[in-house]
Design a protein around this ligand. Structure first.
Ligand code: UD1
Length: 424
């Protein structure tokens, strides 16, 4: 098992290029099923979740090949319509093939993803809303099976702007008969990417990025090409790594429009940010001020930056309160942060973060993807060396994270079982 060794205390400076967005590319890969032919996705990050989605598509019968940063997906042949538990359990976004399989074949049998380290994550909204399009669902032996001889457009009001449910509805409805209207739709940037990609395939999707999305069903879709934009969560993670070390860094490719509330919040802590020709530059020269924040669906503060923001605020001047509104248990890693000397208590959905002057390096364990990134941020700003274990969680969603941090001047090494251990 690989782990990171980090020698804390170096101010991060310079520029780093943000990779393609994980949460966009996974949905585009799943949506490629809808067209017959060759899809080209560029700026695709080489991360574990992309490799898993490639395996899911291969299991369905597609050919998937990486050529530099371009992913080629050939869906010309007839595909199977079963996504196995072996793959879905490795990554819940595999569940995103449900909508495209229903859209192309009127049949899908997909393993239920179950809960994960951050919450229960049921799929009831997916099921109920797809049923409105005419899908009959049954459940057996851990699999959800959907059958729809013909999908028919409908007006669906989501109880909550779930990204996954919005995506499965979009992909299932693009070839339905008539018009589908999704109210209270998710508005994240990856929904816009998915809609634009579907439109390039020949779909008629309007209003993505707003709460009401309208889909006019079409007869068939072709394959298409798409350049995956930069990952907003990676950009936010690097911004917080720079700020936690009181540094000054440019995030090349980052788009301020994806991160408005996040940028407002870091400004309230005393950080500066500016839009540059190439992206976003962030800096701070003093200890940050404390700030309260709440996570909300886009355009609110992203839940996927909650943990990293808490690591940054762990050394703020004053007490901050974070409120998590999306998932039930996103605070598991706080115990690890407290082992680094942080003073954080959890009250239900709230974290009370009493800022201390400096964290202390130690051995910690990542409990999930964003928690891992948060511990890395903490270690970079801490006094002395740290070891971060269970970094397979981090590899799921960050491309070359240690390499990119070194570009900014961080002292971080990846220790694999085959490489000799050394302190940076
Ligand atoms: C996506 C992101 C994930 C992010 C999350 C919230 C991907 C691959 N993952 O996950 O990184 O943290 O959005 O922004 O894009 N819910 C239900 N029933 C449902 C569906 C969802 O109760 O049928 C609940 C979930 O348990 C959760 C909330 O709604 O509490 C948000 O879920 P959703 O927006 O669907 O998140 P994902 O698409 O799974």
């Amino acid at each position: 098992m690989d782990h990171f060794i980090v020698e804390g205390g170096n101010r991060l400076e310079g520029s780093v290029t943000i990779s393609g967005a994980k949460n966009s590319v996974l949905k585009l890969m799943a949506a490629s099923i809808l067209g017959r032919g060759m899809t080209h996705l560029s700026n695709v990050p080489r991360i574990a979740d992309v490799f898993i989605m490639a395996d899911v598509l291969r299991e369905l019968g597609a050919t998937v090949e990486f050529k530099d940063d371009v992913l080629e997906i050939d869906t010309s042949s007839e595909l199977r319509t079963v996504a196995s538990y072996e793959l879905v359990r490795r990554m819940r976004a595999s569940f995103n093939v449900l909508g495209p399989l229903l859209g192309r074949y009127g049949h899908a049998r997909v393993a239920l993803p179950g809960g994960c380290n951050i919450g229960m994550r049921p799929v009831d909204l997916h099921e109920r809303s797809l049923a409105s399009l005419g899908v009959a669902f049954s459940f057996d032996h851990g699999y959800l099976e959907g059958v729809a001889p013909e999908l028919t457009g409908s007006r669906i009001v989501l109880d909550f702007p779930s990204r996954g449910a919005t995506e499965n509805l979009l992909t299932a409805s693009v070839m339905a008969r008539g018009t589908t209207v999704i109210e209270n739709a998710a508005r994240e940037p990856d929904i816009i990417d998915l809609a634009e990609f579907l439109n390039r395939m020949g779909a008629r999707v309007h209003g993505a990025g707003t709460s009401t999305i309208e889909v006019e069903g079409v007869e068939e879709l072709n394959s298409a090409s798409y350049v995956v934009p930069s990952d907003p969560i990676e950009a936010g993670t690097f911004a917080l790594a720079v700020l936690a070390t009181r540094g000054d860094g440019e995030l090349v490719g980052a788009r301020p429009g994806d991160l408005e509330v996040f940028l407002n919040k870091i400004t309230q802590t005393g950080a500066l940010w500016t839009e540059t020709d190439r992206g976003i530059r962030v800096s701070i020269s003093t200890r940050p001020r404390s700030v309260d924040f709440v996570t909300l669906p886009h355009p609110g503060f992203p839940t996927d930056l909650l943990a990293q923001m808490i690591s940054y605020l762990a050394t703020a001047d004053g007490t901050s309160i974070a409120t998590e509104n999306i998932f039930e248990s996103r605070y598991m890693y706080v115990a690890e942060l407290n082992r680094m000397g942080a003073d954080i208590s959890i009250e239900g959905h709230h974290a009370v973060i009493r800022g201390i002057p400096k964290l202390q390096g130690t051995q910690v364990r990542a409990t999930d993807l964003r928690a891992g990134a948060a511990l890395l941020i903490a270690a970079l700003s801490a006094d002395g060396p740290s070891e971060i274990h269970d970094i397979h969680h981090i590899d799921r969603g960050y491309e070359d994270l240690d390499d990119k941090l070194r570009q900014l001047g961080a002292r971080v090494s990846r220790i694999s079982e085959t490489s000799p251990a050394f302190l940076p």
